[in-house]
Design a protein around this ligand. Structure first.
Ligand code: FMN
Length: 483
């Protein structure tokens, strides 16, 4: 039977907690303790409509996956739905919403955007504070985040000249799947925080540009919605946060396998959340801005603002913290036929162990500097792997991510043996600022920069990029790293 608001409002506590989401009533009393973001945020909306805080961060199938059919109590009545619609239309805009609206009107035309830095600049203006805090945040003092990018400035090209490059082909393959460029989208959570269409902007932008998208376990759209938005020939990879319960992890793997995802990237560098202070501070900033009007950071599964973990904490609360080479890789192999890539390798020795474990590839990454502060810059780790264990590159594919913002960055990594490189934040910024067209623009900028660098290096194809074409330099003897 349809529910009146009055009836729903009686269930406003730990003993009986109901919420309304998109005019449907749910009994979340039992779920309170299981909610990854903690119970406090749900209790804040107990007996009330929670749609506006729920929608931007949860995929559409989250309720079905987490609640039993009996906990779905049915729709609200006609009076209630009229009232809720009216309330929504009369809602006073927050200062941040007003700022975002104005900034969107002032966005530069896309043809004025010529670099990834330009896109990031626009994103900074137009993103809601909460989204920008989540996207831009990194661990502690952001040293690893900054060094990821800075590492590229220590590697210089030794170009070849007098080589024919009028025809230059930057295409390659990743795990056997074609890609127009040696780049891919790194799985990053919560694209809907930045744009209502979320991950689908990236899917569509990649389809027309022939770039592979890795979809996050914590995408804000369901894996099925993203797969449905892809074109028939498009390749999607899946980033796996392995649940501590193997049975639940297996369900997730089977789901994406059935949906046609083509590889599993198992993330191993985020078993506990990094200390991301910009993200943790976000609710207080919004709070102050609204002069006492409490605005919670309900990010990804609704982070409990008192938990001090920020948005990231809630997302990985159920992850397996006891993964090992001996146990986890054989288990994963036994449950899926998909290629397996380990995401989050941070040193040469672990790259070698991954190779011995027989995985199909490794993604050298420190999670964009968001996890372990002072984790080595991936480019430096790639360089050391190339120098110390060149044989690894013949046995499995090696990729890096973190701080890649220029075509020359991509080309440097390719010279050192990376089959491809991943980009995280740049895709989030592009889709937030300009939707699907922003994603296409980003890819076209990188294409131009990659082809230019290749031609100037005397490389007509990716295979022409070799380790001798880059040299690691340190202009400052005082900081010369021991290799
Ligand atoms: N990595 C994961 O394995 N799973 C995630 O859900 C995930 N979410 C992320 C969310 C955001 C906002 C960002 C910025 C990164 C996230 N990452 C995640 C890390 C990215 O996959 C990637 O390693 C990183 O962004 C690369 O660095 P870059 O942003 O400098 O390109």
């Amino acid at each position: 039977m349809p529910w009146s608001l009055q009836e729903v409002s009686k269930h406003n506590n730990v003993q009986s907690c109901w919420v309304i989401i998109k005019n449907q009533v749910y009994d979340v009393t039992e779920f309170l303790q299981e909610h990854p973001g903690g119970s406090a945020i749900i209790l804040k909306y107990a007996g009330r409509d929670a749609t506006s805080v729920y929608e931007p961060i949860h995929p559409s199938d989250a309720l079905d996956k987490n609640l039993s059919p009996s906990q779905h109590l049915g729709p609200v009545d006609a009076d209630a739905s009229r009232y809720l619609a009216q309330e929504e239309s009369l809602k006073r805009k927050t200062k941040d919403e007003i700022r975002v609206e104005q900034a969107m009107k002032k966005r530069p035309l896309l043809n004025r955007i010529i670099s990834l830095a330009d896109i990031e600049e626009v994103a900074k203006q137009v993103l809601p504070h909460k989204a920008m805090s989540y996207y831009s945040s990194a661990a502690d003092d952001k040293i690893s985040f900054k060094e990821n990018a800075r590492a590229f400035s220590r590697f210089f090209f030794k170009a070849r000249v007098m080589r024919p490059v009028s025809r230059c082909d930057p295409s390659t393959t990743i795990l056997g799947f074609k890609t127009a460029l040696p780049i891919f989208v790194c799985g990053a959570a919560l694209a809907k925080l930045g744009h209502p269409l979320g991950e689908i902007n990236i899917t569509r932008g990649c389809a027309s540009s022939q770039i592979i998208q890795m979809v996050s376990s914590n995408a804000s759209l369901s894996y099925a919605e993203i797969a449905a938005a892809s074109s028939p020939s498009q390749t999607l990879f899946f980033q796996l946060y392995k649940h501590k319960d193997d049975a639940i992890a297996l369900k997730r793997i089977q789901e994406v396998e059935q949906l046609g995802y083509k590889a599993i990237f198992l993330t191993v560098d985020a078993i506990v959340p990094g200390n991301r202070e910009t993200d943790i501070k976000s609710p207080w900033f919004l709070d102050d801005q609204e002069n006492g009007t409490k605005v919670y950071n309900d990010g990804e599964g609704a982070a409990d603002t008192n938990s001090g973990l920020g948005t990231a904490g809630a997302l990985i609360v159920n992850d397996d913290r006891d993964m090992t080479w001996e146990k986890t890789i054989p288990w994963l192999r036994s449950v899926t036929k998909l290629p397996i890539v380990i995401k989050g390798i941070q040193r040469v020795e672990d790259a070698v162990l991954a190779c011995e474990a027989g995985v199909d590839g490794i993604l050298i990454s420190n999670h964009g500097g968001r996890q372990l502060e002072f984790s080595f810059p991936p480019l430096e780790t790639l360089y050391r792997l190339r120098t110390q264990h060149p044989e690894v590159f013949n046995k499995m594919e090696v990729y890096i991510d973190g701080g890649i913002r220029r075509g020359t960055d991509v080309v440097k990594a390719a010279c050192l043996g990376a089959k491809a490189v991943g980009l995280g934040r740049p895709f989030l910024y592009a889709q937030s600022a300009y939707g699907e067209t922003g994603v296409r623009k980003l890819i076209s900028i990188l294409e131009r920069e990659i082809v230019t660098a290749m031609q100037l290096m005397g490389a007509a194809k990716i295979a022409d990029l070799t380790p001798d074409m880059v040299e690691r330099v340190d202009w400052n003897p005082a900081t010369r790293a021991k290799l």
